[in-house]
Design a protein around this ligand. Structure first.
Ligand SMILES: Cc1cc2nc3c(=O)[nH]c(=O)nc-3n(C[C@H](O)[C@H](O)[C@H](O)COP(=O)(O)OP(=O)(O)OC[C@H]3O[C@@H](n4cnc5c(N)ncnc54)[C@H](O)[C@@H]3O)c2cc1C
Length: 378
């Protein structure tokens, strides 16, 4: 049985990032991933993810995001791949909504660049979009999107180049630790390491069930849609941005058209519960599509409401919708990142590094106390 410095369970967004940052510290790392490289069965696929800085959900996210942006930039430079597209982010909602009031406050508190868009500029600045009465629109200059599959693949390739061993199609059945070393079992093999990181996405509950205070995680099925466009109003090359609308029926968001022919639009709210992530329903249903079509009719009239394609993905929710990034309360050599609640990808860079530091040094220089597991029991 060969011994590693670190084993990571789950080679998706956070696992691949943690592997990369651990390898940069010279560690011998093994990643065990149950599916194939670049699979689309978890939570890190579907072309794009929104990134933004003026986070209103908790003030401690903003310093993490400042670091996340720096690390994405560094990764982009090191890899010479296009990972982050700084196209801006338009947000619309009532002035008292969390989205508008909260984003404004976060921008003020952190000195971030946020533009107020007067109504008379709507048509010029956001052609192809409509806005409901009594709503306001703001524009976050630092907003944009990440090319999600490229980000994961860049971390995997960068980690491999530094000697990380990825074993694809290796499902971990269980693990144990005595605080100094950890053992991990697949169906056929046993692996041993000084430290263990668990980043199992929608499957986290099973692998974290032995925790004294196991986190309450619920998995939700989400459908992403790509619709044809009837004009170049949504075109990235003509200056269209990411967008998010807080409406009375839910939160809807999307991305500029990258190829000029289709636009990706999704609902962030809603979604159906998933009992077993390995048996995820990958079909598109009328009930998934209907709210998005209503949104298009209200807000994006130049989109053809017949999706050319769709993709099903999963959110793993915590009760308060904040992430869990922590060390095992009994074993300091085991740490985990879970419950990213449908907004985690933009943090993959910094929190992958945090997880690597927690596993290797048992500490991090980032303020992540607000993400601790014991917040649910305090
Ligand atoms: C539709 C959708 C839209 C989103 N939009 C945004 C957005 O705009 N902005 C944003 O910041 N975030 C967004 N998110 C959230 C973000 O994508 C996720 O938080 C993030 O990708 C989660 O990464 P992960 O590493 O936890 O999960 P994953 O990438 O799914 O990785 C977990 C991996 O663990 C593996 N695994 C699990 N169990 C085992 C086992 N027993 N043995 C071996 N391997 C195992 C899985 O196969 C999987 O590959 C969105 C998510 C979805 C679904």
């Amino acid at each position: 049985m060969s011994k590693y410095d670190l084993i990571i369970i789950g080679g998706g967004g956070f696992g691949s990032s943690a592997a990369y940052y651990a390898a940069r510290q010279g560690k011998k790392v093994l990643v065990l991933e149950q599916f194939e490289r670049g699979h689309n069965k978890g939570s890190s696929h579907g072309e794009t993810r929104v990134i933004r800085k003026a986070y209103y959900q908790h003030p401690d996210y903003v310093p993490l995001l400042q670091q996340a942006y720096k690390l994405w930039d560094k990764l982009e430079q090191a890899s010479q791949r296009d990972l982050i597209v700084p196209c801006g982010l338009m947000l619309n909602g009532t002035p008292e909504s969390d989205l508008i009031a909260g984003t404004r406050q976060a921008a003020i508190d952190n000195g971030l660049d946020l533009e107020e868009v007067p109504e008379e500029e709507y048509e010029d600045r956001f052609p192809g979009f409509q806005f409901a009465e009594n709503t306001e629109t703001i524009y976050e200059v630092d907003g944009g999107f990440l090319n999600v599959e490229s980000c994961v693949e860049t971390y995997v390739a960068g980690a491999e180049a530094r000697g990380v061993e990825f074993r694809w199609n290796h499902e971990v059945t269980h693990w144990e630790s005595d605080g100094q070393s950890a053992k991990v079992w697949t169906k056929d093999e046993t692996f041993e390491a000084d430290a263990l990181i668990i980043t199992a996405g929608a499957w986290a509950s099973r692998l974290l069930s032995s925790l004294p205070q196991a986190p309450q995680l619920s998995v939700v099925r989400k459908v992403m849609y790509w619709f044809p466009v009837r004009s170049d109003a949504y075109d990235y090359t003509y200056g269209s941005s990411c967008f998010g609308y807080q409406t009375p029926t839910g939160f809807f968001y999307g991305f500029p058209s990258i190829d000029g022919t289709v636009v990706k639009v999704c609902e962030h709210t809603g979604g159906t519960p998933v009992e077993d992530p390995s048996q995820l329903d990958k079909e598109n249903h009328e009930a998934d599509l209907a709210p998005v079509l209503q949104f298009l009719q209200d807000a994006m009239p130049e989109v053809d409401p017949h999706p050319v394609t769709f993709s099903v993905c999963m959110y793993t929710m915590t009760p308060d919708e904040h992430f869990i990034v922590d060390q095992h309360p009994d074993y300091q050599n085991v740490c985990f990142g879970a419950g990213f609640s449908g907004h985690g990808f933009k943090f993959v860079s910094i929190l992958g590094k945090v997880l690597a530091d927690l596993a290797i040094h048992y500490e991090t220089d980032q303020a992540i106390q607000f993400l601790s597991l014991n917040r649910f029991t305090e």
